[in-house]
Design a protein around this ligand. Structure first.
Ligand code: NAP
Ligand code: MG
Length: 505
């Protein structure tokens, strides 16, 4: 067994004490060992050292968790609870997240690499907020009364209405880029709707979801309502997606695995929602306020080290201002201190894993070898020589749509910058992608802003801003960026189904 290295930066903090406990599976409100007795290593991306050994759940554990979730859904106190009681528990989870902000943020930095200050102001508060936002819906899941005409029975009278019912046992599979927040986006609406859940966190970042599991029990979730099975995608994830007693699977991750989830779901035709990859266009017109557009475009790609499904990774700049914008973003990039997320000066931490480091640096090479030029970055950061997964924020110019780096999702701090001359052509170029998750438009022309917002095929269009998220605003993809929406009241459709009731009077 590899020795566990807890970084000195957190040695005296609550997160370090928590880390030293065994990392088991949460099934039926008990923390239990996996049936196969296996574990997998979890790494500190800042150093490459092992920070935890976590239970490797497999198909048998998924089956046990699904059975617990099924019992809880059909017969448990959860089903009998009033909406108000259910909402109160969901709300309490949000409160407990806020109360444990420092500890959760530390786990996030340790596990994912993101700067602690970012985890404290973004990841953790947003996670708490979505529980409180969704808690309110528990008491508002209303159907309609429907005046029906029934053409072939003109002399009869009917009373028709709809009920909004929880879809049942839900499997949720989440990625590593916002480990706690992705768990929260999935769990909060599912619980508010009265579903029961089996959650599989990403193998790279399982820690904050496990701590969230403890807080959810503290908030009063009854037995079996939330089960957490850590493990690998190919085993635990695949078993969850294909399980015949799971009514619905909600997935966030790569488009490639999203397609595997769809295939796996065919056995019992479980419902599927998907939040997948992107290659989002970010368009800057010459009339834009460059004092906001330049730092905005930098943040669109460099926030979370570019490990955002909605990262503004295809930059289009009107020709007259191209050089000014590209060099302005390069200046922003040079101001970014790359380092350990626990260091106060760090703006960009390491990438999440060796695999992701290899992937991003490979794409940098592919871009440079196919004729692109790096205005800044274009390589690993020198801090990587000590074992951390550090890369430099990168702007690639001399790029065009046929290049692999322009077509494919890199999922790192690498933006491809291109110019345009004809404002009319920019819609077609923006839409020239298999993806359609998000887009940015920077302009002072309000009519153009509205025209583009309508014409761009993306689930979110940000105008004169980027990466604005709110629990109330739906998020999700057009085209191969996904099925369904998260957040806002739209997400309730993912976890409810509608029953029509018709009474002959
Ligand atoms: P991924 O493989 O799609 O992983 C997402 C989740 O799916 C993880 O929990 C993963 O488990 C699980 N999984 C993997 N294979 C599975 C299978 N056959 N059946 C069921 N579940 C499975 O993403 P990744 O490997 O972490 O990252 C690869 C690329 O995906 C990234 O470089 C990026 O382009 C994209 N990505 C997109 C998002 C997004 O928010 N849209 C997030 C993360 C990554 P394991 O953790 O064990 O693999
Ligand atoms: Mg994977």
């Amino acid at each position: 067994m590899t020795a566990i290295a807890i970084p000195p930066s957190i040695a005296s903090r609550p997160s370090a004490q928590w880390l030293s406990k065994p990392k088991q599976l949460l099934i039926n409100n008990q923390w239990v060992d996996p049936q196969g007795g296996e574990t997998f290593d979890v790494f500190n991306p800042a150093t490459g050292e092992v920070i935890a050994q976590v239970a490797a759940g497999e198909a048998a554990d998924i089956d046990k968790a699904v059975k617990a979730a099924r019992r809880a859904f059909e017969d448990g106190p959860w089903k009998k609870m009033t909406p108000s009681e259910r909402g109160k528990i969901v709300w309490r989870i949000g409160e407990l997240i806020d109360q444990h902000c420092d500890e959760l943020a530390e786990l996030e930095t340790l596990d994912n690499g993101k700067p602690l200050a970012v985890a404290k102001v973004a990841d953790v508060p947003l996670a708490g907020d979505i529980f409180r936002y969704m808690a309110g819906y528990a008491t508002k899941l209303e159907g309609n009364t429907i005046p029906i005409s029934v053409l072939y029975a003109p002399d009869s009278q009917f009373h028709a209405f709809t009920l909004r019912e929880p879809v049942g046992v839900v499997g949720q599979i989440i990625p590593w880029n916002f480990p706690l927040l992705m768990a929260a986006w999935k769990l909060a609406p599912a619980l508010a709707c009265g579903c029961t859940v089996v959650l599989k966190p990403a193998e790279q970042t399982p820690l904050s979801a496990m701590r969230l599991g403890e807080l959810a029990l503290e908030a009063g979730l009854p037995e079996g309502v939330l089960n957490i099975v850590t493990g690998l995608g190919e085993t635990a994830g695949a078993a969850l997606a294909s399980h015949n007693d799971v009514d619905k699977v909600a997935f966030t991750g790569s488009t490639e695995v999203g397609k595997m989830i769809v295939n796996a779901a065919t056995g019992n035709l479980k419902k599927v929602t998907l939040e997948l990859g992107g290659k989002s266009p970010n368009v800057i017109f010459k009339d834009a306020d460059l004092n906001t557009a330049i730092p905005g475009a930098a943040s669109a790609i460099f926030f979370n080290h570019g490990q955002c499904c909605c990262a503004g990774s295809r930059l289009y700049v009107e020709k007259e201002i191209f050089d000014e914008v590209a060099s302005g973003i390069a200046e922003e990039a040079k101001k970014i201190t790359v380092g350990d997320g626990f260091d106060e000066n760090t703006v960009m931490g390491p990438l999440v894993s060796q695999e992701q480091f290899d992937r991003v640096t490979k794409y940098m090479d592919i871009g440079l070898n196919s004729g692109a030029k790096a205005l800044c970055g274009g390589s690993a950061n020198e801090a990587a020589k000590d074992g951390g997964y550090y890369v430099n924020p990168t702007i690639l110019v001399d790029t065009h749509e046929q290049m692999q780096v322009v077509q494919e999702e890199i999922f790192g701090p690498v933006v491809t910058a291109m110019s345009f001359t004809d404002p009319e052509e920019i819609v077609a170029r923006s839409n020239d992608s298999i993806y359609g998750l998000a887009a940015g438009v920077w302009t002072a022309d309000i009519s153009r802003a509205h025209r583009l917002a309508k014409a761009i095929k993306a689930g979110t269009v940000w105008v004169n801003c980027y990466n604005v998220f709110d629990s109330a605003m739906p998020f999700g993809g057009y085209k191969q960026s996904g099925w369904g929406r998260e957040m806002g009241h739209e997400v309730l459709n993912n976890y409810l189904q509608t029953k029509s009731v018709c009474i002959g009077l």
